[in-house]
Design a protein around this ligand. Structure first.
Ligand SMILES: [Zn+2]
Length: 278
């Protein structure tokens, strides 16, 4: 691999919350250590549909994952599989949808909750959680500190070339409390503080890091449609590559070919969008 990269997806954080509340990330933009762009999700701006598009580089109309109730093993080439074709080692710390979309479905909680499969065509080292029982009064999300530590453990134990981490904490907070409230201010502040030391550690270990969301949320905590609050998030990039002008809005479909290009893995023919880093 030409480089190693970690993709950190913080579920359901709208553009305005990134800029307003993530002080460490914004500080690194000011210091020149990170680059920042706005990113726009596919439609529907629904979680599972976005996960599928982030990693396949094709729209939901093409991959067929139309929402969280329609999750299955996708047929399109994806980031994990393309990196494996190039001989890279992959890992994921995420909601179980990611295992179903890119490795195998349905999710068997005992077989699939954690696996180390060096010969896998897609995900070599997976650590998943189902959020079974999730609802407005019980988020059922793991602590983000535990998720960040788990990804770091995989990186340091298995020498991942590519690692993907996904956390639903802030999406769940937004659905429950909306955005103009103490609860959300505090939740974003805490996640930023938990994430920051790991970014330093990952950078020192030689990883490029992308931090972004799958979609935003509007004032009522909703997403799925075309409202800019629902579709738009921030994308922070830590690494040496050059990117577009700061006012460029990145298309979510550009993520997959960008990640593969950075690692030196083959971009699948189905991934038509242009990489935004070079
Ligand atoms: Zn989501």
């Amino acid at each position: 691999m030409d480089t190693k990269l970690l993709l950190i997806i913080i579920d359901g954080v709208p553009w305005r919350n990134w800029r307003r509340l993530f002080g460490n990330l914004e500080g690194w933009v000011d210091s020149g250590d990170a680059r920042l762009w706005k990113i726009c999700s596919v439609l529907p701006s629904t979680s599972a549909s976005c996960y599928a598009s982030i990693h396949t580089g094709v729209v939901p109309a093409a991959h067929g994952c139309t929402g969280n109730d329609n999750v299955f093993r996708l047929t399109q080439a994806d980031v994990f599989g393309q990196i494996r074709k190039a001989g890279g080692i992959t890992g994921a710390v995420a909601h179980s949808y990611w295992s179903e979309l890119f490795n195998r479905a349905p999710f068997d909680p005992v077989r699939d909750i954690e696996y180390d499969e060096p010969e896998s065509d897609t995900i070599n080292h997976g650590r998943f959680h189902t959020m079974s029982g999730y609802g407005l009064i019980n988020q059922m999300t793991p602590s983000d500190a535990d998720l960040f530590a788990t990804l770091t453990r995989l990186c340091e134990t298995y020498q991942l070339d590519y690692g993907m981490l996904h956390s639903c904490t802030l999406d769940s907070m937004g659905h429950r409390f909306f955005h103009d409230c103490q609860e959300m201010d505090h939740a974003c502040f805490v996640l930023d503080a938990m994430l920051a030391p790991y970014i330093t550690r990952w950078r020192q270990a030689g990883y490029e890091v992308i931090v972004t969301a799958d979609h935003g949320q509007d004032a009522r905590g909703h997403h799925g449609g075309r409202d800019p609050l629902q579709q738009e998030a921030a994308l922070y990039y830590f690494g040496p590559a050059e990117g577009p002008d700061p006012d460029t809005v990145i298309d979510q479909l550009q993520l997959a070919p960008t990640i593969l290009t950075r690692l030196g893995a083959p971009v699948a023919d189905t991934m038509k969008a242009r990489p935004f880093l070079r």
